[in-house]
Design a protein around this ligand. Structure first.
Ligand SMILES: Cc1cc2nc3c(=O)[nH]c(=O)nc-3n(C[C@H](O)[C@H](O)[C@H](O)COP(=O)(O)OP(=O)(O)OC[C@H]3O[C@@H](n4cnc5c(N)ncnc54)[C@H](O)[C@@H]3O)c2cc1C
Length: 396
């Protein structure tokens, strides 16, 4: 194998976006994926407008749009009804996709992978868990596997897009500072038609509640419902039929059991890597930052990292920019994780769960006033769609 290539660790959305962009710009790329096939676990399902704008360059966007559900509006609600609604149509002057696309992330991964497989110079190696990273002055090596069985892959650069538990980050000894929330989040999916029961329900609806907030996200054929859980509840209790049913009945009492398709319980963190670049190696996506899912900023922010880094690598690889160009990646993207995704996702969580009466009132009043003032609604939509984060990054 030619070692003058870029190694991408992880075939999640971020690794695949990076690999595809590089391959489309005539850069040889090898993706190393630990699993034996593309993982199809149910994870993120919201794609923001600028993420869709970026994905236009992949050549798979039309197919992806056809698989998803366009959500033109977003609502904040309480059990008594709608607090405020925002229409992405207001920002149609700055995006070609004025809506959120609701679609499971593994469906995008499949399309990206199929496209990548058609390009010369690109390869994806499954069952290839990276366990170490070594660097000399002129190349970087990914160690795959353990002990005497280990294989070595050499490249000019390496992108660690290997998720929250990133071995690349650990091998580079980069701290992952932050904290883990005491509660885990439960996501359940049901074909039950909440939209037929709640008048005017938007496909993305956050329900504030001092006892148990939740949010409803629609994907084709299903509604996903996310709840916080109490720290003292065991995994088995939270995932039991009785407890899932209790939570769903608290959203809408039906008197009959809800049909269920999936249930997932996962810990929630706010962490950002201390460095995004170390020599010839870079971190992107969940390997670099993780935050709670309220606002859908994790995967979207990761894809934004991916494009920022891949575009820089293209310029440097083809001699259009010096190596220092690559330092701009951390300079632009790390503050966004720290000061934008972290701050907004934390604020979203605290607003939804607020028990303090004044904070509840203030949140509801602010949302109503923002939605009814065209200028404030426009700015708010730029913020929740993450267009504002990209503008902020461009200024750094
Ligand atoms: C249960 C769950 C639910 C979620 N729900 C939401 C949500 O509702 N909204 C939201 O915005 N975000 C959600 N997220 C987060 C979102 O899924 C991530 O932000 C997104 O997947 C990040 O993409 P990534 O490519 O950086 O990492 P990943 O998607 O984690 O991909 C990493 C890839 O690297 C591979 N890999 C791992 N280690 C190695 C290794 N050592 N060597 C080689 N390959 C390796 C993995 O198998 C995987 O394919 C959720 C996450 C989880 C776990």
């Amino acid at each position: 194998m030619n070692s003058d290539r870029v190694l991408v660790v992880g075939a999640g959305p971020v690794g695949l976006v990076v690999a595809l962009h590089l391959a489309q710009h005539d850069i040889p790329v090898t993706v190393l994926e630990a699993e034996s096939a593309l993982p199809e676990t149910l994870r993120a399902s919201t794609f923001h407008p600028p993420t869709l704008d970026m994905l236009a360059s992949t050549g798979v966007l039309d197919d992806f749009l056809a698989l998803g559900l366009k959500a033109p509006t977003l609502q904040y609600r309480e059990r008594a009804g709608c607090i405020a609604e925002f229409d992405f149509g207001r920002i149609a002057d700055v995006t070609a996709h004025p809506y959120r696309l609701q679609c499971e992330q593994f469906k995008l991964n499949r399309l990206l992978y199929q496209r990548l497989a058609t390009l010369p110079g690109a390869e994806v190696c499954f069952s290839s868990e990276v366990t170490g990273v070594e660097e000399d002055g002129s190349s970087v090596t990914a160690v795959v596997g353990h002990g005497g069985e280990a294989r070595h892959f050499r490249g000019r650069y390496l992108v660690g897009a290997d998720g929250a538990r990133s071995n690349v980050r650990k091998a580079l000894d980069i701290p992952f500072d932050g904290f883990t929330w005491p509660e885990r989040f439960l996501v359940v999916s049901t074909p039950f038609r909440f939209d037929e029961k709640f008048a005017g329900l938007a496909p993305v609806s956050y329900f504030a509640d001092p006892v148990e907030w939740f949010f409803l996200l629609r994907v084709p054929g299903l509604w996903r419902v996310m709840f916080p859980t109490r720290p003292e509840e065991s995994d088995a209790d939270v995932l039991s039929d009785a407890s899932v049913e209790r939570r769903l009945q608290s959203v809408l009492p039906t008197g009959t059991p809800y049909p269920l398709e999936h249930r997932t319980l996962y810990p929630v963190h706010q962490r950002v890597a201390a460095r995004y670049r170390q020599g010839r190696a870079f971190l992107a996506g969940d390997a670099a930052h993780i935050n709670n899912p309220l606002g859908g900023m994790g995967m979207n922010g990761g894809i934004h990292d991916g494009y920022n880094l891949a575009e820089r690598l293209v310029r440097v690889w083809h001699g259009k920019a010096p190596d220092a160009e690559l330092d701009g990646y951390e300079r632009q993207r790390r503050p966004i994780a720290l000061e934008y995704a972290n701050v907004h996702s934390t604020r979203n969580k605290l607003n939804l769960e607020a028990r303090d009466r004044d904070r509840q009132e203030q949140f509801r009043r602010t949302m109503r006033e923002t939605a009814s003032d065209p200028k404030r609604a426009y700015d708010y939509l730029l913020q929740v769609s993450m267009i504002a984060s990209l503008r902020q990054a461009a200024r750094l």
